[in-house]
Structure formats: C-alpha cells, structure tokens
Design a protein around this ligand. Structure first.
Ligand code: ACO
Length: 331
C-alpha cells in the first residue's frame, strides 16, 4: 500500500486595503513628479494609505479573518500565526500577538518575520516545514505593512513607490504526492544590505556628515536594487520549477512581487512566461512590500484566475537583500 506524502496546501486567502487612495495626481502636488513618469517608469497609478490610527495589526487582522473564513476553520484550530512585516505597530508585542488576540486564536504560537518584501514566502516556507514535519496542521501566514509610516514624503525617489495593505493565507495539512506546495527556495545576500535600508529603525544610530540623526525613512539605490531583483527573481523561479520537476511552459500563473512593472516584465521575459500568465496589480496598490504576494494571490483567486490543478509560482525580492519563490499546484 502506498502512503501519500504529508504536505501543505492553501485553504484560505484574504486581503485588507485601507480606504484612502493616493493618486499620482495627488503626488504631483507634493513632489516634483508626474503621472507620466510614475506610470512609465514604475507602473503605479494609485496606492492605498492607512488612516490615522489604522495600524499594521488592524490590516493584518482583517486579512487574516478573511483567509480564516474561506478556509472554514475556527480561530482555535490555528497552530501558528506568522506575520511578515517591516512596519510592526511595535517591536513587542509582535503583530502576530495582536492578530492572535483579535482572532481569538487561543492555541496558536505567534511570531513576526523580518525579511522585507520576501517575508510572505519566508513565512510560507516555515508553515510548510512545520506541517511536513507533522508538528502542526494549520498555519496562518499574514503579510502586512503600513509603508507610508516609513516614507519620506519629500523624497520623490521613494515616496511614489509604496502603499499600505495586508494579505493572508491559511496553510493546512494535506496528503498528496502531486498537489499543494511543490517546492520553495529562499535566498539572501547581506553584502548588498546597503542598497535598501531603513535607518534608525533599530539600535544602530544613522547620522549625516554633520552628525545629525537621519529620519526613519526608506533609502534606496533604485538602479542597483532593480538589477539585483531581476537576476535573483528569475534564478529563484527557475530553481523552484526545477525542484518541482516542472518547466516554465507548465506554469498557469506567475505572481511576482509588485515593485515595478519593468522588473516584472524583465523577469517574465527571462523565464519566457507570456504576459497573459503574469499577474500584475501594482497600478492599484503600489509596492506593499511583504503584502504584495498574498494580496495578488487573493485577487487572482477572486478573479477566477486560480483553479484546481493550476501550477502557480510566486516570486519575491526585497531588502536585506532577500529573495524567495514557491511553486504550488492548487488543490
Ligand atoms: N518623478 C520624476 N522624476 C524622477 C522621479 C520621480 N518620482 N524619481 C526619480 N526621477 C528622476 C531622477 O532624478 C533621474 O533624473 P536625472 O536623469 O535628471 O538624474 C531620472 O528620473 C531617472 O532616475 P533613475 O533613478 O535612474 O530611474 P529608474 O528608471 O531607475 O527608476 C526606480 C527608479 C523606480 C526606483 C527603479 O530604479 C526601481 O524600481 N528600482 C527597484 C525598486 C525596488 O524593487 N525596490 C525593492 C523592493 S522594496 C523593499 O524591499 C522594501
């Protein structure tokens, strides 16, 4: 008698976005930029902005509740809550603790993950590992950001790029040799950490040449980040497909991190994945960091672009540097 492998599949997805929209036209009034520049160079039309008093934990809890509802589980069945974020309400309590409290997930362990825009895939890998090892049955992975709290609204290089939002997925045990999560690859290179930094976000003090403390705002060498993103995202996607014994022709939907349409197009070109199989929603939300992948996965599902048997590859890149990809056969 053959025994099928224990693996994990996604049983619920959810998302939460603030109501308030900030359009390119609004930004034209704030910095020296234009709708044409932002649309052509980045692909963003508008982004959502958290209201005053709307924190990462609020968005995370809403997305998590949605994902839980779709999974058909009750909160007390969740064994672990992982929240990927670079903009927690506080370092402690963690956002995962706040989500646990909000949901009433009384049996869940709780942990925040710091892997910038790749955080959701790092969370998915931990969920998969725990479930495959037989230690847990249901893991809730949330990615949530209030990026607008770490954006310098006077810096046109960065303030046009980011938005706020949250996405979530429930990973549940299943027994299958062919379905659910097929492979995951994680990567990183601390040698390039200075390409994308959030100064004064920890115990290290950042100052300018005159010794004045810098603001707690994203600073980025955009061109270099761009090149690293294209190379590592493409290699990572190839790696997960190899590990799953699949080719790019077998991919039903490619969901890349939504940082820049030109990065997405360059990665898709390297992989030879046609545009109609690439999910892009950056125009509506901008770069929501860790949350772009689960928000996109949720929207793809809502739009009927994710069906049973489909091969989905998600692929992210972020500060650190960090990168990661995951191949799934939707079950
Ligand atoms: N509006 C108008 N002009 C602008 C703006 C703006 N908002 N920003 C820059 N420019 C100007 C520059 O000053 C420059 O002018 P110059 O030629 O007179 O010097 C010109 O536009 C070109 O600037 P570049 O920086 O070379 O523009 P580029 O095409 O590289 O686009 C961008 C910049 C959008 C930041 C791009 O490099 C990018 O997307 N990089 C990757 C971002 C990313 O992936 N981040 C990682 C994820 S985020 C995370 O992990 C938290």
């Amino acid at each position: 008698m053959s025994v099928r492998k224990i693996t994990a599949k996604i049983t619920g997805v959810g998302k939460a976005l603030p109501e308030k929209r900030l359009t390119n036209a609004d930004l034209e009034k704030m910095v020296d930029t234009s709708d044409a520049w932002i649309s052509q160079r980045v692909g963003i039309k508008e982004r959502r902005i958290a209201a005053e008093g709307e924190w990462t934990s609020h968005l995370a809890s809403r997305a998590a509740a949605d994902a839980l509802k779709m999974s058909g589980l009750t909160a007390d069945q969740i064994d672990l809550i992982l929240v990927a974020t670079s903009t927690p309400d506080t370092v402690y309590p963690s956002v995962a603790c706040l989500v646990q409290k909000e949901l009433g997930a009384i049996h869940a362990g709780v942990l925040d993950i710091s892997a910038a825009c790749t955080g959701f895939i790092y969370g998915a890998s931990l969920a998969w590992g725990m479930i495959k090892a037989g230690l847990m049955k249901h893991v809730l992975v949330v990615a949530a950001e209030v990026n607008t709290s770490i954006v310098d609204w006077k810096d046109r290089d960065t303030c046009i790029l980011f938005g706020d939002g949250a996405g979530a997925a429930v990973f549940s045990e299943c027994h299958s040799d062919t379905d659910g999560i097929l492979s995951i690859k994680l990567g990183g290179d601390g040698n390039y950490g200075e390409l994308l930094e959030l100064p004064n976000s920890g115990c290290r003090v950042y100052t300018d040449e005159s010794g004045n403390k810098l603001g707690r705002y994203i600073i980025m060498q955009g061109n270099e980040v761009f090149k690293q993103a294209v190379r590592n995202m493409a290699e990572c996607a190839v790696c997960v497909l190899d590990r799953a014994g699949l080719t790019t022709q077998e991919v039903s939907l490619f969901i890349p991190h939504q940082a820049n349409t030109r990065i997405i197009e360059a990665v898709a070109k390297r992989l030879a994945v046609p545009a109609e199989k690439v999910f892009v929603n950056i125009a509506n939300y901008g770069n929501t960091s860790a949350a772009t992948i689960p928000i996109a996965l949720c929207e793809a599902f809502e739009q009927g672009r994710v069906k049973k048997g489909d091969v989905i590859v998600v692929d992210a890149f972020g500060a650190g540097l960090t990168w990661g990809a995951m191949a799934i056969r939707w079950a």
